[in-house]
Design a protein around this ligand. Sequence first.
Ligand SMILES: *Cc1c(COP(=O)(O)O)cnc(C)c1O
Length: 338
Amino acid sequence: MNLDTLPRVRLAHLPTPLEPLERLSAALAGPEIWIKRDDCTGLATGGNKARKLEFLMGEALARGAEAVATQGAVQSNHARQTAAAAARLGLECHVLLENRTGFADTDYNENGNVLLDRLCGAVVHRCERRDDMDAALDELVASLPGGAGRVYAIPGGGSNAVGAAGYANAAAELVGQAETAGLGIDAIVLASGSAGTHSGMLAGLLGAGSKIPVYGISVRAEAAAQQAKVLDLAQAAAAHIGLGGQIDPAGIRVDDRFVGAGYGIPADSTLEAVRTMAEMEGILLDPVYTGKTFAGLLGLVREGVFRAGQRVVFLHTGGSSALFAYPAWFGAERAQAA
Ligand SMILES: *Cc1c(COP(=O)(O)O)cnc(C)c1O
């Protein structure tokens, strides 16, 4: 891996802790569950985008950009961390937020990540649902002073080969931590959305010569489509970080059974997973990504895919700011009705 030769700006608190979830593991009476705390990366409450932004912002600065622009759903954690990174680097920041869920309430539209976007000084632009949000981003960039010559465009989720390098780096970090601690890891469970995290992790494990299986829990797309997306991006990421080896398509596992009604809409299993992690471990998950991913982990334990004697690492990719955009879903009335 040639990670050391890529443009990079240090933004994240690394390495993030790798910790056992003792109460949860005891309650499940199955595999030992560990957590990789990428919710602790920093940048306005932390999350996985901090790792990608180290490489994306590195490239933006190398190109002499004075501004950055990106896009996401209204409650995008990526938009929030981009706004925070831009503030830290003194860059102007534009975020284009798509009303992907159709939620019209004030908490969803103004609180949580949106509040933090504004607090970090980003200019918030909005649009209705669009099929090609990266095209919408290009239109926004073209309309800004200086256009693409001055404004560096970051794709949704920071998920291109440049951003995915951040997760190749995370893979190397995790493998190193496990080796130092003498821990064997039987599986990694992570969210699979815009796919930079999943793809970068696969590329980084290949680079580290590790065979740990990765279980991607889809937060939006149907499994076959997500697998294809992960394969493309993992191959691009592997080439970008200078690997000769090939990504094995058979190693791309995507489970789409925990999405529920759609992106950003919590399923009952999502809410249960968020509550379980908070009540048993005092750790905050989120209603869009990690709640669904942890529901997936719990489901796979119940199905016996992960068994006693194994050690499973849950990658906590952050997102807890979004809890404040979904208060009614966790309110007393709902809990009583349930
Ligand atoms: C963006 C995000 C993910 C998904 O990561 P991708 O690289 O887009 O697949 C997972 N968890 C949280 C909290 C996120 O913000």
